[in-house]
Design a protein around this ligand. Structure first.
Ligand SMILES: [Zn+2]
Length: 877
């Protein structure tokens, strides 16, 4: 186990001393003694005399150079390094034999077993757990993989590329397969899977007429649940051809669903390995949200074929080059498949819930970090979600045609290369002539910029003056921030809801409906504005900033009813609700009741009942900011109990005023006939479920009875789970029987039971923590499975504000103990759980003290992994 890791710095990047042109890998699979033979065609790329390869928990059995065995004096092999002295100054081959134990690999990095299936996970640094290698993304090689395994237990043998040979090994019960991937790739994209798996097959004909054989592999008996993923894959393949001109390049594309996986999914060239949670779905077991995630994740990993695989990262600091860009691409895909405004709202909710707290806390880092101690800890919302926002801003600034031209050049110029953010931006600079020097700060500067807006209308002069100012708060290692190029999409909304025209604007560059804010502060004057406008700013959330605007409530209610930009209609509702929740929290702390303006409730009811709007959007408008959202907005001296009390009181007040209206809206959404996971049907279900949840918020007996009845009558998982979560999230006594019933129905389905574990963990009641402890102790709990851990412990720490942040500190102590223990087996998952402490400094003093004590206890554990050590150190810094 690595315990001490020197920080790695971007500034220290040096090209590799050697390159590897081809890799011939032979894997002789055995549950606890797998033989790996790696034959590497190497050539010098620098001046170094010694070849240094990295390993992780490896043992070298033999090493040969140009097929001559080396003696023990000619090389030095330890668990994490293989050094070959004085290698030739010409191309040479090195053959290394190692033996590894897949069954004992509980870290789920490298080669391991999941329910008996051999599988690999190599990103970021897992390949070095299979063989000694130049395990860095800028070493691109052509791989040929020879797999041998028993026919009976592993009839399916898969690797990257195309299958070139297969057959029985005579005189044994074993067989083999040889896969060849003609596209040079870094080791993190290597994959191998072997096991007894079911499969569904299909074909795809590319735009240029090539046939691609598609396969999705899963545990036997679950094949029928792969159909939706297959359809999503074909949609994604077609979409990338039209939206980005990208065609698939191999003869086969395989996906394997495994149940033990640290991440969501992995884009290995031609052989994507997935957490089964993002593949398996049917009406009985998956919610609409699951279907949407599956579509998005299948597309995301497929899109990596070009943004990640064909063009990869020079070093891990450039992770956002593939991730931010690919998240942007999958978001665009889902927007085209579903409702664009609703997708945008849900992506912004995710960004604000996950990335904003990171940016505001001790773990803040730039989209492209400049230093890391453990790269596993940089698969963050900042790299992914904020990284996607940065690409979206680039498109907003350059326009659709300019963006596409830059992307086309990027694909043409860098195919087959490992590149940097600078290389990426240079393509857009060259194709559009736009100077992106200032824009580059989005990649370098951490923290969420604050955008303040003030406006005034001069009726006599017919001018509207808008003052915009930006500041970015200091973050660790970056005390002083420079102004960013913030694209502010806007409209000046007139009385009739249409945008007012103006003659000209001065004080900032304005192109179309975008103000380009580039200075700390700019005053923009719009001339020839015929009447007082209501400004609609940051339409579509055109930049990942926190906008504060001193708008009167009446103006926000007007935008909620009338703005032509659906995102800002939603934003207006959120802003008004957030104000009420923050005021309510202050009241709750002062021992007074929280309240909400009846006019706001009526405006919400009007939007919710407006049949001219799509139901999925109306559902979003009714969804109050979460307790965590409110905590983030308050930002300091946070009392989670007061927030929960205020939110409950406000929801009850809404139910009291418009409960019957909400029930009517829900009834109108009922659909007859067969369940369909399409976006329109999903939207109707979402509106019905959110309306009924809100209607029951006051505890009205009829409304609660309706929820219980809906739980039992549901003919699909979306409605059943929604009803159950209404009961659980309000800690209603009716939840106990319903949760028991749910468990009994789905006891044999691990993925569905994850939903149950998550609900058990998020009940806002004092008995939840003991319940979580009991569930962990239960023999039925698969303690090594990351999905189970995330569902139970992750949901408790990340989704139960009042109980994780219990005033007695027991929630913190629980997580500290759990993480310290898990760290010994699966450091990556342990470190991710620990991230739930990221906002500890924002808590009120008593809780803060208890959180700090728990963190210090973890820091004192002597043999922490580098993953967990890194998070605890930065969280406490
Ligand atoms: Zn990705």
């Amino acid at each position: 186990m690595k315990t001490e890791t020197a920080p790695v710095r971007l500034a220290d990047y040096r090209p590799p001393e050697f390159l590897i042109d081809t890799v011939h890998l032979t894997l002789n699979l055995h549950p606890d003694a797998t033989r790996v033979s790696a034959r590497l065609a190497l050539r010098p790329n620098g001046e170094a005399a010694d070849l240094v390869l990295v390993g992780d928990e490896l043992t070298a059995l033999s090493v040969s150079l140009d097929d001559l065995p080396l003696t023990a004096k000619q090389y030095e092999a330890g668990p994490d390094r293989l050094v070959v002295r004085n290698v030739p100054r010409r191309p040479f081959t090195l053959t290394i034999e190692t033996e590894i134990n897949p069954t004992a690999n509980s870290k789920l990095m490298g080669l391991y077993r999941s329910s008996g299936t051999y599988c690999t996970q190599c990103e970021a640094e897992g390949f070095r757990r299979i063989t000694y290698f130049l395990d860095r993304p800028d070493v691109l090689a052509v791989y040929t993989t020879h797999i041998e395994a028993p026919k009976a237990s592993a009839p399916v043998l898969l690797s990257n590329g195309n299958l070139t040979a297969s057959g029985d090994i005579k005189g044994t019960d074993r067989h083999f397969a040889v896969w060849h991937d003609p596209f040079p790739k870094p080791s993190y994209l290597f994959a191998m899977v072997a096991g007894d798996l079911g499969v569904i097959r299909d074909t795809f004909v590319t735009a240029s007429g090539r046939n691609v054989a598609l396969g999705i592999y899963c545990e036997h008996g679950k094949e029928a649940r792969c159909g939706y993923a297959m359809e999503a894959l074909k949609r994604a393949m077609r979409w990338d051809e039209t939206a980005f001109g990208r065609e698939y390049d191999l003869d086969v594309f395989n996906i394997v669903a495994v149940s033990d996986f640290n991440m969501g999914a992995m884009e290995n060239k031609g052989l994507n390995v997935f957490n089964d949670k993002y593949v398996l779905a049917d009406t009985e077991t998956a919610t609409d949200v699951d279907f949407g995630f599956i579509e998005g994740v299948i597309a995301h990993e497929y899109f990596h074929n070009w943004t990640g695989d064909r063009i990869t990262c020079r070093d891990w600091f450039q992770l956002c080059l593939k991730e931010g860009l690919t998240v942007f691409r999958d978001q665009e895909f889902s927007s085209d498949m579903r409702s664009r405004p609703v997708k945008r709202i849900s992506d912004v909710r995710t960004l604000q819930a996950r990335q904003f707290p990171e940016d505001a806390g001790p773990l803040a880092h730039p989209v492209r970090p400049e230093v890391y101690a453990e790269i596993n800890n940089f698969y963050t919302p900042t790299v992914y979600e904020k990284g996607a926002e940065v690409v979206r801003m680039l498109k907003t600034i350059l326009g659709d045609a300019g963006f596409r031209a830059g992307m086309d050049l990027y694909f043409a110029r860098h195919d087959g290369q490992a590149v940097t953010i600078e290389d990426f931006l240079a393509c857009f600079h060259e194709t559009t002539g736009t100077d992106l020097t200032q824009f580059m700060r989005w990649y370098r500067q951490a923290g969420t910029p604050q955008l303040a807006a003030e406006g005034a209308y001069d009726a006599a002069a017919k001018t509207y003056t808008l003052r915009l100012s930006q500041t970015t708060p200091p973050t660790p290692g970056q005390p002083v921030k420079e102004p960013l190029h913030i694209p502010v999409r806007f409209g000046l909304v007139g009385q009739n809801g249409a945008d007012l025209q103006y003659e000209r604007a001065s004080g900032a560059s304005v192109t179309g409906d975008v103000i380009h804010l580039t200075q700390p502060s700019q005053t923009i004057v719009f001339h020839g504005v015929s009447s007082r406008p209501v400004p609609s700013l940051l339409r579509g959330f055109s930049a990942p900033v926190r906008l504060t605007i001193d708008a009167p409530e009446a103006d926000l209610r007007f935008l909620l009813r009338a703005d032509t930009d659906p995102f800002n209609r939603w934003q207006a509702a959120q802003t008004l609700l957030m104000r009420a929740l923050i005021d309510g929290t202050a009241s709750a702390r002062a021992g007074r009741a929280a309240s909400i303006e009846p006019a706001l409730v009526d405006a919400l009811a009007e939007v919710a009942g407006n049949d001219g709007l799509e139901p999925a959007f109306r559902a979003q408008a009714l969804l109050l900011p979460s307790e965590a959202d409110v905590a983030r907005e308050i930002g300091r001296d946070v009392d989670p109990d007061a927030i929960a009390a205020a939110r409950n009181a406000i929801r009850a007040a809404i139910a009291g005023r418009i409960g019957p209206r909400l029930t009517e809206i829900a009834d109108a959404m009922a659909t007859r006939g067969r369940f369909s996971p399409d976006a329109a049907s999903a939207g109707r279900r979402a509106l019905a479920n959110i309306a009924l949840d809100l209607a029951a918020a006051g505890g009205d007996a009829d409304a609660v009875a309706r929820i219980v009845a809906r739980y039992h009558a549901a003919d699909n998982m979306t409605d059943r789970l929604a009803a159950l979560s209404t009961l659980a999230a309000a800690a209603r006594v009716e939840r106990i029987a319903a949760l028991e019933d749910f468990h009994a129905r789905y006891r044999d389905d691990a993925l569905v039971l994850d939903k149950w574990l998550a609900l058990e963990a998020t009940v806002p009641a004092a008995e939840t923590l003991p319940r979580v402890r009991a569930l962990i102790a239960d023999t039925a709990f698969a303690a090594a499975n990351p999905n189970r851990i995330r569902a139970l412990v992750g949901s408790f720490a990340g989704g139960n504000q009042t109980q994780f942040n219990r005033a007695d500190g027991a929630g913190f102590d629980f997580l500290a103990d759990y993480v310290s223990d898990l760290d010994r087996r699966n450091p990556q998952t342990a470190a991710r759980l620990l991230v739930n402490f990221r906002s500890w400094r924002a808590l009120e003093p008593k809780r803060r003290e208890k959180a700090e004590r728990a963190l210090r206890r973890i820091a004192q554990v002597s043999d922490l992994s580098s993953d967990t050590r890194d998070i605890v150190t930065r969280t406490l810094a």
